[in-house]
Design a binder for this molecule. Structure first.
Ligand code: ZN
Length: 486
């Protein structure tokens, strides 16, 4: 009995499914065993049509899907089950291939959700994916796949030859760039760390020499907050009147976020592929509308939400109090656990949610709450619950200024990447003196205990940015960046 392989989606990963088929004399029928759901059962009818199209006489066909304990959903198994049934008719080394796609009643092969996840899984297991020509895999960094249009192609010599002669591709990198990058940064970053990136993309990114804030005057504290967010993944809320540049500041983070590692790119691309969206090579920057529903933000079965689409990047909520309270509250768990659990109708999925949360808001109706000129009876900050405020790392109050001073952030990309690597790969060393200062400041400002971790982590990020050890100066500085959090 030949074994044929297909795949089903679980969260953003694909599980390989082994298909074994037994054909015997008896009443013509197709029986599928192994926890197949309704969609897979419906595929029996599509498969029956396709078998008729190729004049395959149906006998008693039993198809077993394993492992049996996982639920098989969706139509992507159609092609693999079909191939399992007709496997005796073609000569192929089935071990090498994963078949993935839905069958049309006319024999066409249609694309299915989860193709990118399947390709990544296949790449890691040295297999080749055979899928629909509509699968839009142009952006895939690794490419071991063969496209087909219809079931009729499977029986052509051309197709069989293509499959038998397929060379699995392993991408190689230009190692000399490791030295070039270290020279450019005046660092000694380990080769293993740099090789996680696409070296060419990284090198080009580091060569950039523009000021990411060249369109924003003043607001140096806001700019520092954005830089620290980019380096350490810190969450930040900007509060200030209209026109002060909150949104501009938040959007400028896209210009300084370090490139995605190759694994991060695969992960994020998979999420976008499942959502049938396209991700460029840059870190995601998602701006869901304030009217967005809970499901749109957190996701549902087969549909990652905005939080997961922002994974490895930024979720930007403009005018935070305008989002419904349950939408804001839903951020609590993902901000802490960096993932989100979806549980609906027998399906339990876990989507990743490692995000930087940036948010902005007016402090009150007139926008002048923090000045003596405010005429409002209440402020908007009260609308944001304490647990959410507590999970923020920085709360920056921005005011209108009219001096038009500008600090230059020309060349900051290299410094940001250096700091980013330092923060990520070097452990935090806290002297007793620094710890003592932080504890005193927490008592003095009546901050929560959670704040201590946040302050120390933020101080570490700041120290990395200044290429120094954490000192009392950093602790005092970051207290200023979150002083308004109480
Ligand atoms: Zn006011």
């Amino acid at each position: 009995m030949k074994k044929v392989y297909g795949g089903v989606l679980e969260g953003i990963k694909v599980r390989t499914i082994t298909i074994e088929t037994d054909i015997s004399q008896g009443t013509p029928n197709i029986i599928i065993v192994g926890l197949a759901d309704k969609a897979v059962s419906e595929s029996k009818e599509r498969i029956r049509c396709c078998l008729n199209l190729i004049k395959f006489s149906i006998k008693k066909i039993t198809v077993s899907l394993s492992p049996a304990d996982i639920k098989k959903t969706g139509a992507a198994l159609d092609l693999s089950i079909f191939i399992g049934i007709i496997s005796e008719k073609i000569t192929l080394d089935f071990e090498k291939f994963i078949w993935f796609g839905e069958l049309g009643l006319d024999g066409k092969i249609k694309k299915s959700i989860g193709i990118l996840a399947t390709c990544i899984d296949a790449y890691q297991n040295n297999k080749i994916v055979i899928c629909s020509v509509d699968s839009e895999l142009e952006s895939l960094p690794y490419c071991n796949y063969i496209f087909i249009n219809s079931i009729f192609e499977i029986f052509t010599n051309e197709f069989i030859e293509k499959c038998n002669n397929f060379q699995i591709i392993h991408r190689s990198q230009d190692i000399s760039l490791v030295d070039k990058i270290n020279k450019l940064l005046n660092t000694n970053i380990n080769e293993d760390i740099l090789l996680k990136y696409n070296l060419t993309d990284l090198y080009n990114w580091l060569l950039q020499e523009f000021d990411p804030f060249d369109h924003i005057y003043e607001q140096d504290m806001g700019k520092l907050a954005i830089i620290l967010s980019a380096i350490g993944g810190h969450h930040c809320l900007f509060v200030g009147p209209q026109g002060v540049g909150k949104s501009l500041l938040c959007k400028s983070i896209t210009k300084i976020l370090p490139p995605l590692t190759q694994n991060e790119l695969l992960e994020s691309s998979t999420i976008y592929n499942i959502s049938q969206e396209y991700l460029s090579n840059n870190r995601p920057f998602r701006t869901p509308h304030s009217g967005c529903s809970l499901a749109a933000l957190t996701g549902s079965a087969y549909q990652p939400g905005e939080i997961s689409l922002a994974h490895n990047g930024v979720l930007f909520l403009d005018e935070l109090p305008e989002y419904s309270p349950n939408v804001i509250e839903s951020l609590k768990v993902p901000l802490e656990e960096k993932k989100i659990h979806i549980s609906r109708a027998m399906i339990k999925d876990i989507y990743p949610a490692n995000i930087i949360l940036l948010a902005s808001m007016n402090p009150c109706k007139c926008g002048l709450y923090f000045t003596k000129k405010c005429i409002c009876s209440k402020n908007y900050i009260q609308k944001i619950s304490a647990p959410i405020i507590d999970r923020l790392d920085m709360l920056i109050i921005l005011e209108n200024t009219f001096t038009f001073n500008k600090t230059n952030y020309f060349n900051c990309h290299r410094n940001i990447f250096k700091s980013y690597i330092k923060k990520k790969h070097e452990s935090m060393i806290i002297s007793p003196e620094v710890l003592h200062t932080a504890q005193n400041l927490i008592n003095k400002h009546h901050l929560s205990l959670r704040s201590l971790d946040k302050i120390l982590s933020l101080a570490h990020t700041f120290a990395c940015y200044e290429n120094m050890d954490i000192s009392i100066h950093h602790v005092y500085a970051v207290i200023m960046l979150r002083k308004a959090i109480k």
